[in-house]
Design a protein. Sequence first.
Lengths: 68, 212, 212, 253, 222, 222
Amino acid sequence: MAFASFSDFIAMGGYSFYVWLAYGISLLSVVFLVINTVSKRKKIFSQVEQRLLREQRIKAAENKEGIL
Amino acid sequence: MLQCKNLTCVREERILFNNLSFTLSAGEILHVEGPNGVGKTSLFRLLVGLSSPYAGEINWQQQSIMSDRESYYKTMLYIGHKSGIKPELTALENLQFYHDLYNPKVEFDAWEVLMLVGLVGYENVPTAQLSAGQQRRVALARMWFSDCKLWILDEPFTAIDKKGVKVIEDLLIQHAKKGGMVVLTTHQDLSIPTEFYKKLILHKPTTGEQYV
Amino acid sequence: MLQCKNLTCVREERILFNNLSFTLSAGEILHVEGPNGVGKTSLFRLLVGLSSPYAGEINWQQQSIMSDRESYYKTMLYIGHKSGIKPELTALENLQFYHDLYNPKVEFDAWEVLMLVGLVGYENVPTAQLSAGQQRRVALARMWFSDCKLWILDEPFTAIDKKGVKVIEDLLIQHAKKGGMVVLTTHQDLSIPTEFYKKLILHKPTTGEQYV
Amino acid sequence: MWKWLHPYAKAEKSYILSGKLMPWFLALALPTFIVGMVWGLAFAPADYQQGDSFRIIYIHVPAAMMAMGAYSTMAIAAFIGLVWQIRLAEMTVAATAPIGAVYTFIALFTGAAWGKPMWGAWWVWDARLTSELILLFVYLGIIALYNAFSDKVLAGRAASILTLVGVINLPIIHFSVVWWNTLHQGATITKFDKPSMATEMLIPLLIMIVSFAAFLGFMVLYRFRNEILQRESHRPWVIALVKSSSSNDSQGA
Amino acid sequence: MFNAFIQVVRKELLGAFRQQSDILNPIWFFVIVVTLFPLGIGTDPALLARIAPGIIWVAALLAALLSFERLFKDDYIDGSLEQLMLAPHPLTWLVSAKIFAHWLLTGLPILLVSPLLAVFLSLEVNTFWALFLTLLIGTPILSLLGAIGVALTIGLRKGGVLLSLIMLPLSIPILIFSTMAIDAATYGQSYLGLLALLAAMLVAAVTLAPFAIAASLRVSVS
Amino acid sequence: MFNAFIQVVRKELLGAFRQQSDILNPIWFFVIVVTLFPLGIGTDPALLARIAPGIIWVAALLAALLSFERLFKDDYIDGSLEQLMLAPHPLTWLVSAKIFAHWLLTGLPILLVSPLLAVFLSLEVNTFWALFLTLLIGTPILSLLGAIGVALTIGLRKGGVLLSLIMLPLSIPILIFSTMAIDAATYGQSYLGLLALLAAMLVAAVTLAPFAIAASLRVSVS
Ligand code: HEM
Ligand SMILES: Nc1ncnc2c1ncn2[C@@H]1O[C@H](COP(=O)(O)OP(=O)(O)OP(=O)(O)O)[C@@H](O)[C@H]1O
Ligand SMILES: Nc1ncnc2c1ncn2[C@@H]1O[C@H](COP(=O)(O)OP(=O)(O)OP(=O)(O)O)[C@@H](O)[C@H]1O
Ligand SMILES: [Mg+2]
Ligand SMILES: [Mg+2]
């Protein structure tokens, strides 16, 4: 253990702002990346679902009259 | 009532037509005909006030169209060679915009209209990704929710398939029956019964008329 | 001989057509028909090698068209929705360029050709200042001095007046009689005698074919 | 050499295979991350010159290294994709770029946060910094280009071409920046003389590097699967997958 | 009428957000130009800080310039502009909406990203504030002036460089007043007077430019 | 095949000369940007002379950037590009012709006008020659690299700013080597090595870029 106490650990020898800023932003960007990736997967799924719905709509409209 | 008196159109020092006069009353369809380059599009741009004639005047309800543009545009729908559809927006968004800005008082369901013009299933695709005919349909869809009396359509049937042409013709007849007016050009034969429309045939100016 | 085997076209994860096969031999005209958005333009872009099929192959004289593009392009003329005409150049200059780059071996007189497509008097006007139909004529003029065997024409009659359509149809027949081949789409009825051409009708994929 | 890959050149099989590999990468990335970080932050001794600020190194250097690593992956994949026309390789390019960009951003940001206490400025136009910044631009360009195409097959090919062009360009940038910088002002960063590192500092660094690499692998696989799903979404197996997942959802709810 | 304004702005923003990259693009361009200068000129922080305001302003000008094309050109090509001119609302008003949207998409991002650039170019806090305020007042003027230029050149093919030719001289006064204000801030003097001057120019531009633009459009699209 | 090259160049030049302003435009733009800087930065001659090469190079870069759009975009919109890709000649070759014409229309004018700018910015003779030579070798590289970017973004709506994002990192090495050479000239050192390096890059670009461009076009136009 390089630090005597927990508050020492937080203080980071006077560099706390920079060290925790660096770690914090890094963590945030990784979290952002993960969220982006997972939500992408969900988006693709819902896109496919939407397309299936759309195909149903097309079929329903196929034999109507007076449609351009 | 749309009234043109002694219109003369000059483009780049070339006279396109000279002393053209005609009147269009409620319930009439006017089919402007003529070979390529005779000046149909130029005439239409005069009629909607995008350019101004070399001589002559254009009146809408007895008033020059330039004198009160806004109230003229409230009753006039123009669909030209270029469609005026934003390619990055979907068909739905495009129609919604045209409705809200041009005919906000008409009740309308964009989905319904898109179904009527045969774009079911393409509502949420950016229009850039539609085929030539489908893009044209988005532009023409405005006719389905327009409360304008006067429609000015420059080659509306371009890229539209046969079934589509039939449907549009029916719509035009219906519009005329409700007291609307239509001015259109097309190089195809109209299959509208002849009593419903009259023709205006543009000719190239003869040698004598070429200069005024 | 143009031969398509089991073509499948997918655009944006949507199947347009599936397992399309056909053959075109010398002297034949093929009219590709189908409603808007069925995939005619997409098919043509496959045929000319601008995009590549999801599956299947296209052969010209028993060779894949991609294997030797240049020699294929020596015998192929494509005129698409977009005309490929430079608006700031005159009709004359545009034709001269197309001649020199594409068919340099054909003897040709640009003035003569422009007369044939009805642009006398407009030879030295920048094409931007021509009407829609006149611009289209400049693009189509390439057919008059092309020594290519295979013509691929996507809606050539757009914006062309009736007399013009007739002249072009005659030209197509003549080309076929000389052993040429034509693939074209148009939403208008051809007035070519039916023995001169065959039809390929594209349909929307049925539910079973929608996914591969 | 690519023979072993061939059976998996089909999208569905690649999807399944990468799904099987993913947990292993995660299983490597998470423990190493926790161990490396705790060790580096709390147990490694402070630097005799830089004090505790040097602890930034445990993310800075792995991120910087893996930013390069990601680009190499992309370059190889782009080359394979373009030369042998393998679409899966083009998907790999697209899948990797955002991760590389995030790593590059982390390297830049942590570097800046380190530079402020060490050099007294958040940013100086030093050779290394500049080329890292440009690497970020290159990444962003690739991502933006990929996203701008709506047809993902074309998008993948365009991104691959740009990646390859970037490969030729990156060494040139590297050297040009180094020479340019040394000509003007060689002495800006003398404060940053690399101390030969003590082992108890080095080991957590190595652990962190392994962790970042494993996480890179995990994310690439995840995004790669996304790409496959997107592009194959007209195929029956994807539809079946979607249907089964949505029915699972409705059962769960 | 206010509704029409909203509709037009909404459509513009929608189009831009559809292409997500479109919103970020001006920022990126701006950042890249600003990073080019240290590479071209040298990395001495004192020198950089000295010329930084000038560089940032010129970069803003160029970013605006590059994006002007899209202000009306796309609309002209696809026929939307024609239709806008046929809408039952005053053209000046619709045009103002378009310009406002343009500023939201180009001027605002530049404002938001300027703190970052201040760090890159080692700017003082005081100088930065002056820079920020001048950008805040100046970029809308740029959008308005640029729109006049675009409206005049729209009917011409390849008006792009002609546009810059027309527009740059118009924007020189803004550039000069802004850099004067920033210089004053750097030397600790008051720059309120200069800001007021800029603000007056903004007011004049907002009231007059739409008329000039509408008139130019009527000439260009005919 | 050589004939095809000539034909394409001829057509491009013809189009540009038809719009006479098109030939002058890049020059004007260049001149205006260069004059903006003294306005933005201040008129101290020593300072100006110090940053002049950087400014001129950045201006050249931006002038090139502004004109790239026209390299393929117009052709894409009106369908000429499609037709060019269907010509019975190697696409790399036709593309090279287009780029050569582009350089004639943008790079060359900048070269011609550079003596004037040297006077504006109080450059030494020695420095000027270095500037001239680097521009001579560097601007064709810019045209080639820019063409890659254009070819990649051509099918996209509003690729303009995306293009700059792609292109600027590519052109940074040229900028750096050129300003290094100019600096060396200013301090009386030999800059032949750097010129040779630039020349090597030109050779590499001339041989490789057309392939990248042709491949990109096949992707974009499909
Ligand atoms: C924004 C600023 C910075 C950037 C962009 C940056 C970038 C980089 C890069 C690209 C590497 C190479 C990693 C590799 O070997 O693959 C690196 C390594 C390193 N950086 Fe930074 N750095 C920055 C600031 C700093 C600062 C301020 C320090 C410390 C005072 C620092 C210390 C180190 C160390 C110790 C290494 C490992 C060197 C080695 O083992 O080769 N960096 N950095
Ligand atoms: N650029 C594109 N990107 C994505 N999808 C497209 C694109 N162009 C067309 N499509 C889709 O491909 C389908 C077929 O389009 P295509 O242009 O081939 O039709 P077409 O048969 O030529 O129709 P038309 O008669 O209207 O010209 C359309 O449903 C359209 O949604
Ligand atoms: N922008 C323009 N500038 C100058 N002259 C033009 C312009 N547009 C058209 N013209 C000229 O005006 C004449 C008429 O053009 P117009 O577009 O009105 O014809 P049109 O009857 O609509 O033909 P089409 O059936 O081909 O659409 C043409 O001969 C053309 O030369
Ligand atoms: Mg017309
Ligand atoms: Mg079509």
